[in-house]
Design a protein around this ligand. Structure first.
Ligand code: AMP
Ligand code: ZN
Length: 133
């Protein structure tokens, strides 16, 4: 398959590896938004989380935790933002699931997860809640 992240996961093309195990591979983002900005991918190809089997999904989160621990030790950040862009409307560019880990530092000028979008839509929370009953 002609997928750049599959190739990185198999070490077929170079990347600055941070961590690797049987299920996942983590490497420094080539265009970092923070010092130590790392992406963690499942070795199995999946475009989104919906496409990933449960074992790989669980292992991916464990991989994220391991990578955060490594980053904490090596770079001593003051916090993290962790998440992924799922779907092109949400900003996904590379069609292989990848979790962004962005270490945060006091005074770095960044925002929180809440700054990604501020458009709650027409319905109030009570109306939306009815959909889950
Ligand atoms: P996304 O918008 O969530 O699909 O983000 C894709 C991320 O992958 C971007 O932050 C890119 O800078 C990063 N990226 C793309 N190609 C590479 C590469 N060859 N090595 C490292 N990071 C990459
Ligand atoms: Zn892939």
């Amino acid at each position: 398959m002609d997928c750049i992240f599959c190739k990185i996961g198999k070490s077929e093309i170079p990347a600055h590896k941070v961590y690797e195990d049987k299920y996942c591979f983590a490497f420094l983002d080539i265009k970092p938004h923070a010092k130590g900005h790392t992406v963690v991918i499942p070795k199995k190809h999946a475009v989104t989380l919906f496409d990933l089997d449960d074992t790989s999904a669980k292992e991916l989160l464990l991989g994220v935790k391991k990578v955060m621990t490594i980053l904490q030790k090596k770079l001593s950040p003051d916090g993290f933002n962790v998440g992924w862009n799922q779907g092109s409307e949400a900003g996904q560019v590379v069609p292989h699931l990848h979790i962004h880990i962005m270490p945060r530092y006091i005074g770095d000028g960044g925002g929180s997860m809440h700054s990604i979008i501020k458009n709650p839509g027409e319905l109030g929370v009570e109306e939306v809640a009815k959909k889950f009953k």
